[in-house]
Design a protein around this ligand. Structure first.
Ligand code: MD3
Ligand code: FE
Length: 203
């Protein structure tokens, strides 16, 4: 059969909803220890998305590029431990998608306020692309863009809703993807914002 754009994508709608309260409390706990910050890209631009991390490794930018590091350059401490609610949900999702051995060593927390966006990019800083990435969307709905293997390839657009979990593996793993500028709105749990968690096996 022919390959399609969604090969390797497993959308688990609303999977996070039963654990919403625990997840949000744990997001707050992590961000109290490792505050959100607007990382500056190697090109010198502050990202519109504010970020932090938990787990053994965290994604950071520096003058020379992007990398994973066990140390938070802002607090000069190790990243906060991965909360159990995060580990359990990411493993449940990965198992449902056919990756029963997935154990995330990194969770990137992205916070979008109105207008924040993420341009089309590939996630290539992880060591093993046979490992999937698990994403969890919370708060305001975002329009996600899912492209091909070149930045110029045509992208599909679809909404990601509060509670949606997606496992990106196989052929999906190296596709370009991004998020359109967040539209104004009010979410009962997260107000005028969206939080996205991405779970990775980075090291
Ligand atoms: C498809 N985050 O953190 S989550 C990122 O909504 C990132 O904050 C977006 O792209 C966000 O790198 C999108 C969905 C997602 C995450 C990683 C992927 C889709 C992906 C990796 C490969 C392919
Ligand atoms: Fe990405």
């Amino acid at each position: 059969t022919n390959a399609t754009a969604l090969d390797g994508v497993r959308l688990l709608k609303a999977l996070a909803l039963p654990q919403e309260a625990a997840l949000l409390a744990d997001v707050e706990r992590v961000l109290a220890a490792a505050p959100l910050r607007h990382m500056v890209t190697p090109g010198g631009f502050a990202m519109s998305v504010a970020m932090s991390n938990c787990g053994e490794l965290g994604w950071v930018t520096e003058r020379h590029g992007y990398r994973y590091d066990g140390w938070d350059p802002l607090t000069q401490q190790a990243w906060p431990l991965m909360p159990a609610s995060f580990a359990v949900l990411s493993q449940q999702a990965a198992t449902l998608a056919g990756y029963p051995d997935f154990v995330a060593d990194a969770c990137l927390i992205n916070r979008y306020q109105v207008g924040a966006r993420m341009g089309l990019h590939q996630d290539k800083n992880e060591r093993d692309f046979s490992q999937p990435i698990v994403s969890v969307s919370l708060g305001l709905t975002a329009t996600f863009q899912f492209g091909g293997f070149k930045r110029s390839d045509k992208a599909l657009s679809f909404p990601l809703y509060h509670g949606d979990v997606v496992v990106w593996g196989g052929a999906a793993r190296l596709r370009y993807h991004g998020v359109l500028p967040l539209k104004a709105g009010m979410h009962p749990a997260l107000g005028e914002s969206r939080i996205n968690l991405t779970f990775r096996k980075a090291g």
